[in-house]
Design a protein around this ligand. Structure first.
Ligand SMILES: [Zn+2]
Length: 157
C-alpha cells in the first residue's frame, strides 16, 4: 500500500536528505525518476512532456535500483516470451484449446503473470504522477512519506 503525498505543481518538491531506498543520511547522489503517464494530463501540456524528478539515493542503492529496474524488465519480457510460446504450442497441437474460456484465461495469464512477477521483483521506493495542478508522490516507506509531507507542507493520504 503506497503512502501518497500531493503537492502543487508550481512548488519544486523538497526531499529529505537521506537515501529513499535504505534511509542513509546525506546520500550524495540522485536518481532521475520519470512520472507515470496520467490520464488527467492537462490539454495545454504537450503529450510527450514528461515530468522528471531527481530523487536522493546513496551510490550503493543507485546501482542496485538501476539493476533492479532492468532485471524487472528482463524478467517481464522473458516470462511473456515463455508464456506465449507455451500458448502457441498448445494452440498448434490442440486447436480446440482456443475455444471457450480456457483460451481466454490462458491469454490473460500470459499477460498478468509476468506483470505480477515483475512487480514482485522490482517495487519502486517512489512513483509519481503529474496531474492538472499537482504532482502526486507515492512512497513505499511510510516514514519517508511523512518526512516528505512535512518538508513540503502537505499531508500523507
Ligand atoms: Zn541507499
Amino acid at each position: 500500500m503506497p503512502h501518497s503525498v500531493d503537492i502543487p505543481k508550481t512548488q519544486p518538491p523538497a526531499f529529505p536528505d537521506r537515501c529513499i531506498e535504505c534511509g542513509k543520511g546525506s546520500p550524495g547522489a540522485t536518481l532521475t525518476c520519470s512520472a507515470s503517464t496520467s490520464a488527467w494530463k492537462p490539454l495545454k501540456e504537450p503529450l510527450w512532456k514528461g515530468w522528471k524528478q531527481e530523487v536522493p539515493v546513496c551510490e550503493g542503492c543507485k546501482g542496485a535500483l538501476r539493476r533492479g529496474k532492468w532485471l524487472g524488465r528482463l524478467v517481464f519480457v522473458a516470462s511473456i516470451t515463455v508464456t506465449l510460446s507455451i500458448l502457441l504450442v498448445m494452440l498448434t497441437f490442440s486447436p480446440s484449446f482456443a475455444e471457450g474460456w480456457v483460451g481466454y484465461a490462458a491469454l490473460f495469464g500470459a499477460i498478468a503473470v509476468p506483470l505480477l512477477v515483475g512487480q514482485a521483483i522490482f517495487t519502486p521506493s517512489v512513483e509519481f504522477s503529474g496531474f492538472a495542478d499537482r504532482l502526486v508522490f507515492n512512497f513505499r516507506s511510510p516514514d519517508y512519506a511523512k518526512e516528505f509531507a512535512a518538508l513540503n507542507e502537505s499531508v500523507v493520504k
